[in-house]
Ligand binder design. Structure first.
Ligand code: ADP
Ligand code: MG
Ligand code: MG
Length: 205
């Protein structure tokens, strides 16, 4: 089954709602090992995404992702703004001119997004960043192909987000804390977990 532009817009709207709801919580995670603004940054960016969703007609998914990317790039700031902006820009390139996405195309778009994140942030799995959620989720999606279970996507997202607690940060602000970053979840891993949870909830319908 293909996923429509309308479904993708609903996903982004739900993601934005969740981020607004969890704004304080996300910033608290960032207070522990960063500068305490991750929730504020993302909530600001996704408010802009909500606005553009209202103004965007159903149609070209690539164009939609491109607008989302620009909104995040210009509004989120910090480390996470350029990273999420890059992820959506890479997805936009794969989805250019498409009115619906197959599961395979989703896998391709998310793989490109992950590659973009890695290139932009120069982080590897295990560095305690959002990559620690993206990599296992995308890996699973590509491997599972048509046998994909959205429940499994959610499980992997949550488990890998929780695992960042045990890691020592080697990238971003949290790396300044050295060993003291151990014992806390990575805020960007939490927001990425929200991204995949809301995606799975939307697309499994
Ligand atoms: P800032 O650290 O500039 O205040 P945010 O608080 O919005 O920005 O985002 C912090 C999150 O960004 C981290 O929790 C981490 O997941 C992610 N991050 C930071 N640096 C990198 C990097 N080099 N590669 C991947 N993700 C990163
Ligand atoms: Mg921060
Ligand atoms: Mg900051």
């Amino acid at each position: 089954m293909d996923f429509t532009c309308g479904q993708i817009k609903s996903w982004l709207l739900n993601l934005s709602k969740l981020i607004q709801e969890k704004k304080e919580e996300l910033s608290l995670y960032d207070q522990a090992i960063g500068d305490g603004d991750h929730g504020i940054n993302l909530a600001r960016g996704f408010k802009e995404v909500e606005q553009l969703l209202k103004e965007t007609e159903d149609g070209d998914i690539g164009a939609l992702f491109q607008r989302v990317s620009l909104a995040l790039l210009s509004k989120v700031g910090g480390a996470s703004g350029p990273l999420y902006g890059t992820a959506f820009l890479k997805m936009a390139a794969v989805c250019k001119g498409k009115k619906a996405l197959s599961l395979q195309e989703w896998g391709l778009a998310l793989t490109e997004a992950l590659n973009g994140l890695k290139m932009r942030g120069k982080a590897e799995p295990g560095d305690k960043t959002m990559i620690d959620v993206w990599e296992p989720v995308v890996d699973y999606m590509v491997r599972a192909g048509q046998d994909l279970s959205w429940q499994k996507v959610k499980d992997i997202a949550v488990q890998s987000m929780e695992k960042t607690k045990e890691l020592q940060a080697r990238k971003g602000r949290a790396s300044f804390l050295g060993e003291r970053s151990i014992g806390h979840v990575d805020p960007g891993a939490v927001s990425s977990c929200y991204l995949f949870q809301t995606l799975a909830d939307q697309l499994q319908k």
